[in-house]
Unconditional design. Structure first.
Length: 67
């Protein structure tokens, strides 16, 4: 897990590491090898989630209000 998350941080320093990525990474590693998990994590965070979800944490604030 450390290898995947460190590689992601090096690839995308703008996002960096946010709490909760470890759960996503751990789930990916249960069915994928490290390289595949890295690329899937990149796609999820960079393509599927809104750009400002991690960069300014507005997504976290929105999610908390919904709950």
């Amino acid at each position: 897990m450390r290898h995947v998350l460190t590689a992601f941080i090096m690839r995308n320093a703008t996002v960096g590491y946010c709490q909760g990525m470890n759960f996503l990474c751990a789930r990916l590693l249960t069915c994928l090898d490290e390289e595949q998990a890295f690329w899937v994590l990149c796609q999820i965070i960079e393509e599927l989630l809104p750009l400002d979800y991690y960069s300014n944490l507005i997504g976290v604030l929105v999610d908390q209000k919904v709950l």
